[in-house]
Design a binder for this molecule. Structure first.
Ligand SMILES: Cc1cc2nc3c(=O)[nH]c(=O)nc-3n(C[C@H](O)[C@H](O)[C@H](O)COP(=O)(O)O)c2cc1C
Length: 213
């Protein structure tokens, strides 16, 4: 079994090389271009990203879904009492990582996490299917629970409580936005001579450069 892992490797061949000067000066523009390709080519979860936060010096990663991208940053939705949300309340620095295997591309984004407005959270929440809305009420995300039945019981009770009423957003659920100060676009190339292009925000201006793979 370990032998299989040992020999697990691919050569990357799909993309035309990235030329620093030919790329946009704004990383959001480049991200939009890459994301468009991801949407076309990736059937499942092109918006899945690893969100990494820090808990007392301990890095912690998990997958969340990108739900909104605008000129401010990358928004995901979660329980504000979850570990990830509490962690960025303590230390706002976080990173997100997209890996689009089919495209031989990775994007890393680093920055500061902030809460979105209540209106943005309400708008997104009300757009979710009823089952997910009830689920947001039912699940004390990241807290220990005795068993699955506990969750199912919560859901049954909530269905009764909300009978004839609109299932509105719980105040402890909503959006968080990572506002970037750093992007790295990675693209596979043959013989491990991959492209890596970094954008850093310096005094309000994005500076780009190439890194060795
Ligand atoms: C494909 C995928 C998508 C997910 N999307 C979200 C999401 O958008 N929001 C969220 O809170 N958790 C999402 N999760 C669950 C998280 O990975 C994680 O288990 C949960 O949020 C609790 O993390 P925490 O205890 O570190 O806060 C997703 C998991 C997977 C595998």
């Amino acid at each position: 079994m370990t032998e299989n892992i040992y020999n697990q490797r691919l050569d990357y061949t799909k993309n035309d090389p990235l030329e620093l000067e030919a790329l946009p000066n704004n990383p959001f523009e480049l991200f939009h271009g890459w994301y468009k390709v991801a949407l076309e080519k990736i059937k499942r979860d092109p918006n899945a990203m690893i969100l990494s936060t820090v808990s007392n010096g301990q890095p912690r990663g998990r997958v969340v879904l990108l739900k909104k991208l605008d000129e401010k940053g990358f928004t995901y939705f979660t329980n504000y009492n979850s570990d990830k949300a509490k962690e960025t309340e303590q230390v706002a620095n976080a990173s997100i990582t997209f890996f689009w295997r089919e495209l031989e591309r990775q994007v890393r984004v680093e920055g500061i996490v902030e809460k979105v407005t209540d209106k943005e959270s309400d708008d997104y929440f009300m757009n979710r299917p009823l089952g997910s809305r009830i689920g947001a009420w039912a699940s004390p995300q990241s807290s220990e629970i005795a068993n699955r039945e506990e969750l199912i019981k919560n859901v049954e009770q909530l269905k009764i409580d909300f009978e004839g009423k609109e299932v509105v957003r719980p105040k402890n659920w909503g959006g968080l936005r990572l506002v970037p100060t750093y992007f790295e676009f990675w693209q596979g190339a043959p013989s491990r001579l991959h492209d890596r292009i970094v954008f850093e925000l310096k005094e309000g201006v994005w500076k780009k450069k190439r890194l060795a793979p």
